[in-house]
Design a protein. Structure first.
Length: 255
């Protein structure tokens, strides 16, 4: 059994004009049940060392807090937070955890929504990205002869996700079918889930990586981890069934 942790970065809903977050990224990280305990132990080890053996009660890794050195990280030096950052990336790479993601350039996506669905129509980028993630995860599970369960941060809307999964389990059209993901997905509070905190961490830096591609200025400190991103994460921008997926999504939206 594989646990599939789903999260996003740059989520501004249907506000596509936020200059600070011009890119939306949805991603998935796969963890086999054999590796889950090892990941949890190693994650805790990083923060036990960082907090000198006294991790604060109710600690949760929010990458923006670590980057900005606020809240739990308010007394940390820049060098200390960069050390944590690099240790987490080394941990993820050493465990060979598959990570897939789909990015959406919000400005281009807004133009697409206007052309395809009409003036003023805004479709949440999550709805557009999720089928790409679902189908790629299902392909990977087939290759590994595994079954998987989706695990989401509980703040996400349950309805849209369940509707997409239900539709993707129906008889396939154009090869679009999910049958290796069981159940409807589970929603958990990220403070109780170290893997959700980890995928949130990775997606923050993936978003920075993709923002460079659309011309946004990104700090040299963030650029330091781009080689990690290129080694550990797979972009789904060039999915071989991309246009079939988009046609399927458009059909659902217009119903």
């Amino acid at each position: 059994m594989v646990l599939i942790y789903i999260d996003e970065s740059g989520d501004t809903g249907t506000n596509f004009n936020d200059p600070q977050q011009p890119v939306f990224v949805l991603g998935a990280m796969m963890i086999t049940q054999e590796k889950w305990k090892e990941l949890e132990k190693s994650f805790l080890s990083v923060f036990n060392a960082a907090f000198s053996g006294e991790v604060p009660d109710n600690f949760e890794l929010h990458t923006m807090d670590m980057v900005s050195r606020r809240k739990f990280f308010s007394r940390f030096s820049l060098e200390s937070t960069l050390k944590i950052r690099d240790e987490l990336f080394s941990l993820i790479e050493s465990m060979s955890l598959p990570i897939f993601y789909r990015k959406i350039d919000k400005k281009r996506y807004w133009d697409y929504c206007q052309r395809r669905f009409g003036s003023g129509i805004r479709i949440d980028p999550y709805i557009m990205a999720f089928p790409f993630i679902s189908l790629k995860v299902d392909e990977w599970l087939k290759e590994e002869n595994e079954l998987g369960i989706f695990i989401f941060d509980e703040h996400r809307s349950l309805i849209d996700i369940e509707q997409s999964l239900k539709s993707l389990r129906l008889p396939e059209k154009a090869g679009l079918h999910v049958d290796r993901v069981i159940e409807k997905g589970f929603f958990v509070d990220s403070i109780k889930s170290f893997p959700l905190q980890i995928i949130d961490f990775v997606l923050y830096y993936i978003r920075k990586y993709e923002e460079v591609g659309i011309g946004k200025r990104v700090s040299d400190i963030h650029r330091q981890v781009f080689p990690y991103i290129e080694r550990i994460a797979v972009s789904l921008d060039q999915h071989e069934k991309g246009w079939d997926i988009i046609d399927w999504i458009e059909g659902r939206i217009q119903k």
